[in-house]
Design a binder for this molecule. Structure first.
Ligand SMILES: [Mg+2]
Length: 271
């Protein structure tokens, strides 16, 4: 059912990755979904732009794009967005004068520093941003909590409890870190990845077209469709992933997608 959306009038496309363009096996490697590669190529051939927006934040987007290419999904670093990208742009725009205390891997810290983010040392943090971190020190959590109590805003890439793994839910370490800081400070964390205003701004900037002329295609109602609705985009829910079995009749109208398809291959004839 694609009747609700005229994709030929769309000037930019945003795709979710996991559950939409590919599924991951127990080895963590992605297997592109039927039609996924063809859809990306057809959009490029039509002269329109696309980005893949994943909420992964363990490494910079260039490294994620490299992994996807190895898995058979041809995508460039410029075509990939993560919360690290939207957070970096947001912090530079609104908090450039404030040193940031980061909960992030070494490669993400390095990437953000190179992109102009001032990293906090000692007790001087003016903002706290949580991406993904394998191990966390209690002293570092406490330092963040003290900064937040002093007035530093608490930002996070994503605040969902986890994501779908091959053997059930994989709890989000970023969410656990964010929740710990939020609990002791009473602060309400603000998300900068999907779905958020910061993410909408970043995808519009990357595509170079107004977000009203963008289509967001994803498998997660609360993440991808919510992102698209926030930006006034066309929204297409793909039944191949996490929200596959959801009964849309039970979903409030303002949260529903414009169209529903079984898999990304269904887009091909409508591009
Ligand atoms: Mg997904």
């Amino acid at each position: 059912m694609l009747d609700g959306v005229r994709l030929d009038a769309v000037r930019g496309f945003v795709f979710d990755v996991d559950g939409t363009l590919l599924h991951r096996g127990p080895d963590g490697r992605g297997r592109p979904q039927p039609g996924a590669v063809d859809v990306l190529e057809a959009i490029r051939a039509s002269g329109r732009r696309l980005v893949l927006f994943t909420n992964a934040s363990h490494v910079p987007s260039a490294a994620i794009a490299r992994g996807l290419r190895e898995d058979g999904l041809p995508v460039s670093g410029e075509e990939l967005l993560t919360p690290v990208d939207s957070a970096t742009a947001f912090l530079r725009r609104y908090h450039a004068d404030r040193p940031a205390l980061l909960f992030a891997s070494g490669s993400v810290r390095e990437h953000m520093a190179q992109a102009g983010i001032r990293i906090a040392e000692g007790e001087e943090a003016g903002v706290v941003f949580v991406a993904h971190l394998e191990e966390v020190e209690m002293g570092e959590l406490e330092r963040a909590a003290r900064a937040v109590t002093r007035g530093a805003p608490l930002f996070t890439g994503s605040y969902v409890r986890g994501y779908a793994g091959a053997n059930g839910i994989i709890y989000s370490r970023g969410a656990m870190i964010t929740a710990a800081i939020a609990k002791v400070t009473g602060a309400r964390p603000r998300v900068l990845g999907k779905p958020s205003r910061a993410a909408v701004t970043e995808l519009g900037a990357r595509l170079g077209v107004p977000t009203r002329e963008v289509a967001v295609i994803g498998d997660d109602l609360g993440m991808d469709i919510a992102l698209g609705r926030m930006g006034g985009c066309r929204t297409v829910l793909v039944r191949s992933g996490i929200s596959g079995a959801i009964d849309l009749e039970t979903v409030p109208e303002r949260r529903r997608p414009d169209a529903v398809i079984d898999g990304v291959a269904d887009l091909l004839e409508r591009l």
